[in-house]
Design a protein around this ligand. Sequence first.
Ligand code: 48F
Length: 260
Amino acid sequence: MKLDETVISRAIIETYMSKLLSCLEVDVEIAGGGPSGLTAAYYLAKAGYRATVYERKLSVGGGMWGGAAMMNEIVFQEPARPIFEEFGVHIKRYADNYYTASSVECVAALTLGACRAGANIMNLVSAEDVVLHNNRVSGLVLNWSAVDLARLHVDPIATRSRFVVDATGHDMSIVQILARKAGVQLNTASGRAQGEKPMWADIGETQIMDNTTEVYPGLYVAGMAANAVHGGYRMGAIFGGMLLSGQRVAQMIIDRLGSE
Ligand code: 48F
């Protein structure tokens, strides 16, 4: 059978538009497709909630691909091992409480896991603002990353969701936007985005669980954004905390959605 270029194009346009329309109103929107965001999406979708990840780059995976200093192995600790196992990652034991895995395999496994659980991943889309209704974050304001990169003056589209997760990593870009534009008090010690501290892997990995919180009504933080917002330490190329934080934020939101 002959192939028709216009049918190929129509197939892409129609299915993409229907996917985009389904994003307009969901349970949870996750800004950032790094390890914490992908893990959160997986657990939310697995629990039956409609979750969308927006990733501004071409590829998801955030800072996981490059391991440490471009050596593509990552390290994680015992408490995170069950999550890596759940995603089917090949795990290598290095020493007591230290495991390694291929960073490339980890990104692939987290991505496939999230997709197969039913999460929607929208790459090349940047979250440039939040929807703020009655002192509650109620959705995201989105634009094509290409618009941002080309500095084009083009208005965005907006979505509605019951909860938003800032999983944008060190930049904590959603929290920063909210704090800057709305001047609101955040649920942090100072009421502001505190900024991350230098490296202390042990403390940083411990803090990240307590720092995975709702920082403003409707807006949670996960992964490195959680430590950045609450003034926690960075931890470098140990990734257990990213997956544990993603799992934790998903569970917190699942509990909220279940009780509402
Ligand atoms: O930085 P990133 O990997 O965040 P994470 O899940 O994991 C942090 C670790 O990779 C590492 C670390 C571990 O020890 O410290 O840094 O907390 O992924 C964040 C993703 O968010 C995207 C960005 O491109 C990256 O892929 N991102 C950032 N801002 C936006 C965004 C935005 N405004 N809209 C959409 N995506």
